[in-house]
Design a protein around this ligand. Sequence first.
Ligand SMILES: *[C@@H]1O[C@H](CO)[C@@H](O)[C@H](O)[C@H]1NC(C)=O
Ligand SMILES: *[C@@H]1O[C@H](CO)[C@@H](O)[C@H](O)[C@H]1NC(C)=O
Length: 319
Amino acid sequence: MSKSLSLFAISAFSLISSSYASGLYINPDVYDSTNFFSKFNFFTDADPTHGYVDYQTQDQATQANPPLISTSNNAVKFGADFSSVVADGARGRKSIRLESQATYTKGLFIADIAHMPGSACGSWPAFWTLGGNWPHQGEIDIIEGVNFYTQNAYTLHSATTGNCLINNQPASVMNGTLTASDCGVYDSNGNYANPTGCSIKSGDTKSFGDNFNSYGGGVQVMQWTSDYIKMWFFERNNIPASLKAGSTVEPNICEFGRPDATFNGCNFDTNFSAHQIIIDQTFCGDFAAQTDVYAQNSAQCPQDCVTMVQNNPSNYASS
Ligand SMILES: *[C@@H]1O[C@H](CO)[C@@H](O)[C@H](O)[C@H]1NC(C)=O
Ligand SMILES: *[C@@H]1O[C@H](CO)[C@@H](O)[C@H](O)[C@H]1NC(C)=O
């Protein structure tokens, strides 16, 4: 999630995130350069989304040359390998998947992101939250997209189709556009029926990939309550005073204005609980390599997804 290319020329989520207990939003858990990597687990199993990726341990990421994770100047950097062709038979391109040790049910989640993985063939970065026993405790995708997308898509997944149905909202209520309303994954016969989930496309054309980075990113906010889940994206030059780095006041939702996305129409208390915060970048897999999705960029990505990701490390210099 992830342009700076300073220091080790690794760029990824330069992220400072706080999540506030529900209600009055007091006692924030702060994830910053003083503690960041100690508050996440490094996930190293095969990618559950079938990506061409080799998730690294903290030691491997630290010892890589150049390192895949680093901390400097109050910022945290992490990203995928962009210097090596992937060996035949390897799991895929080396990358990082972080999963918070803490879990959260409702709250206000704020991430200040200076740089996210840039646009590239097969790239699939995401900043999201996830409950155990997927999809029964739900999934909330805060930043997600693939390949050369310029607009972020906010997506929720819940257990069963037909009962967590998101209401459309007029433009006076949210900036984004509802593209799919049923959050449920499995139908009443237990079939895997709706991988798309319910989704709202950001109204901001600088909310993903190279476009996001060209403006120095911004602050992404997710508010999860019993009644709704709302998302805001503030470009770097438009961050509300209470969310600016160094602010000494609590986040003031009254100054956030119209959200980019508002999800309501679902019983969030029964469908969403105990989420970890996850930040990862995978490649290809179930989304970026999906035939019709990948084919949208046939000019930039002439070979199949895995071949592109395997053989063109420099494509990922901004990852
Ligand atoms: C929503 O759109 C308005 C008008 O273009 C803009 O001022 C505001 O910053 C947008 N809000 C978000 C959260 O993107
Ligand atoms: C999810 O929410 C719907 C109402 O929006 C409710 O009917 C359903 O029972 C909930 N699912 C679970 C697993 O509780």
